[in-house]
Design a binder for this molecule. Structure first.
Ligand SMILES: [Zn+2]
Length: 344
């Protein structure tokens, strides 16, 4: 990608960052997929890195879904879940990601036969080990896979509220938006919010601004996943800016899924110009051939940011996070001292 040639790359690589929109299975890098495939020799996923790199070059979106599902099929027991989670944390640490809210879809694993408690214990084990060994803080957003219907919503709300692991901070909704209206999920979000979880659904990625209004009004959204179509409605932009409701913007993902035609046409500039709190994220990074550092480089180009502007993007993510106040203050101070050290 041409953005990797930017002179700001070294600054971005060392910048302490927070990531708010990144999917658990969608973060499985070829290295991790190779390890999982080696545990399940009967799968058709290749195990050597060269063949895997080839496997991960997507012909089109349908091919991407096919590969994604073949990776899902490698997560068969609690040890697979633990390994995936821990290794994703390792990949994040290499990019200086200090805090991440990982979107986890327990329904997919539970439906495939992993008991709910074993699943939750596996991610919690990995979270604690990663924090102790790498110093990264992980939190969870349990999301409803919208395409799986209300049964998946019921099951996700049940697991979130009955098992409510320490790392769980929010409740989400993903999958396709077309034909999956947000308001039907209101009762499940009500239950999750009553249990103290924050609301962070995807909305306005592939449908118009009404979906974002629905997420705000019906699901009590405190943060919006993507929100790409917000710029089609000036009143909505004003509302987001006034109420300081952050958008989790994932530029390269929007191109890969054709939500936006080209990076240069990405509406992130209009979002920032309207005063909306914008955060930059990677979504399903290895699947889209990106990582958070690359997304920061893309944002620097689109928004014409220097080091100070990039540090502000990192601070935005901390502000928009569901981290507690001392955690936010600590990470913001790290960002500030990194910037000050760089400018000396
Ligand atoms: Zn997403």
């Amino acid at each position: 990608m041409s953005d990797t040639a930017s002179p700001l790359d070294a600054f971005i690589a060392g910048l302490p960052k927070a990531e708010l929109h990144v999917h658990h299975v969608g973060s499985a890098s070829p290295r991790i997929v190779a390890e999982l495939a080696a545990r399940h020799p009967d799968s058709k996923v290749p195990t050597d890195p060269a063949a895997l790199a080839e496997y991960f070059s997507f012909r089109d979106f349908a091919h991407f879904i096919e590969v994604y599902l073949s990776v899902v099929d490698l997560i068969r027991d609690a040890e697979d879940v633990r390994l995936l989670t821990y290794e994703v944390a390792r990949d994040m640490v290499r990019q200086n990601i200090r805090y991440a809210e990982l979107t986890v879809t327990p329904y997919s694993s539970v439906r495939r036969g992993i008991p709910d408690r074993a699943f939750v214990e596996a991610i919690e084990d990995a979270r604690k080990a990663a924090e102790a060994e790498f110093g990264i803080v992980l939190r969870w957003c349990f999301d409803i896979p919208g395409e799986a219907g209300l049964a998946s919503a019921e099951e996700t709300a049940r697991i979130a509220t009955e098992l409510q692991p320490d790392g769980l901070v929010s409740f989400g909704l993903g999958g396709p938006e077309i034909g999956v209206p947000r308001p039907q999920f209101k009762p499940y979000f009500d239950r999750a919010r009553a249990a103290g979880l924050h609301s962070a659904p995807h909305a306005g990625e592939t449908t118009g601004p009404q979906t974002i209004w629905d997420a705000l009004r019906e699901l009590g959204a405190e943060r919006i996943g993507h929100g790409t179509s917000a710029t089609q409605d000036p009143r909505l932009l004003d509302h987001l800016a006034e109420h300081r409701i952050p958008l989790e913007v994932c530029p390269t993902s929007n191109i890969a899924t054709r939500a936006v035609a080209t990076l240069d046409e990405h509406p992130v500039k209009e979002m920032v110009a309207a005063g909306v709190l914008v955060t930059i994220n990677s979504d399903d990074p290895p699947m889209f051939g990106t990582d958070l550092n690359t997304e920061y480089a893309v944002a620097a180009r689109l928004l014409q940011l220097d080091e100070g502007g990039l540090a502000q993007l990192a601070r935005n993510a901390v502000e928009a996070s569901f981290l507690d106040a001392p955690g936010k203050a600590k990470l913001t101070a790290e960002i500030d001292s990194y910037l000050a050290g760089w400018q000396r």
